[in-house]
Design a protein around this ligand. Structure first.
Ligand code: 13P
Length: 211
């Protein structure tokens, strides 16, 4: 099986798993994966729970549609990450409920709207989670704003919309999006309570050990 065929299968598996567990509902969310000769992207208006590997959109290196169904309208959102972070092999955008709740509470420009409560949130998402101001879904104007935020962050929250998360591989990006959702859930559960946060030294140790 070619690497592209393997990634098409894996993308459909992750989509089904995210959908089955409620990380995505309806036709919300989209996923992109970097290939040697371009990108795979989930088709617009597709349900992550029922992706057909053969119909996943293919884009060339200039993000032109060259195969499969019409790509997500959020190409600009994905391109902002893929072009700014050359190490990013995949990008996952969800409307997962608790991360989106934080995206409604946080002020645009905020840098760490979810506190460092757990090691896996820090290891997968990192130190920073910038909140990017609201844009209409599919608005090309979000690209420079996300690119600016992504320069120094693996993930962002789009105000009133949801998380956009990158990872070295497709698996990494999906796992980071899942950790972000869990961290958001904990942050909401513990709001106003005196939870112990990881210390700056503990965060340095995690990032130094696990990257
Ligand atoms: P697409 O169906 O075009 O991928 O858009 C879904 C979405 O999540 C918009 O933010």
């Amino acid at each position: 099986m070619s690497e592209e065929a393997r990634l098409r299968e894996r993308l459909a598996e992750h989509g089904a798993s995210l959908f089955a567990r409620g990380y995505s509902v309806g036709s919300a969310g989209n996923i992109s994966v970097r290939l040697e000769d371009g990108f795979l992207m989930t088709p617009t208006n597709s349900c992550l729970g029922r992706l057909d590997p053969a119909r996943i959109s293919k884009l060339d290196r200039q993000y032109r549609h060259i195969g499969g169904d019409k790509p997500s309208k959020e190409v600009f959102m994905h391109r902002a990450f893929l072009d700014t972070r050359p190490e990013a092999g995949a990008v996952v955008h969800l409307h997962s409920t608790q991360a989106t709740a934080i995206a409604c509470l946080a002020a645009p420009g905020e840098d760490a709207p979810i506190p460092p409560l757990t090691p896996y949130f820090v290891m997968r998402v990192g130190r920073r989670l910038p909140v990017v101001k609201y844009y209409r879904p599919g608005d090309a104007a979000m690209e420079p704003a996300i690119a600016e935020a992504a320069r120094d962050a693996r993930a962002v929250l789009l105000a009133n919309h949801g998380p956009v998360v990158s990872g070295r591989t497709l698996d990494d990006a999906v796992y980071a999006a899942e950790e972000l959702e869990e961290a958001a859930k904990l942050a909401l559960m513990l709001r106003g309570q005196p939870a112990r946060l990881l210390t700056p030294a503990e965060i340095d140790d995690l990032l130094g050990t696990f990257g």
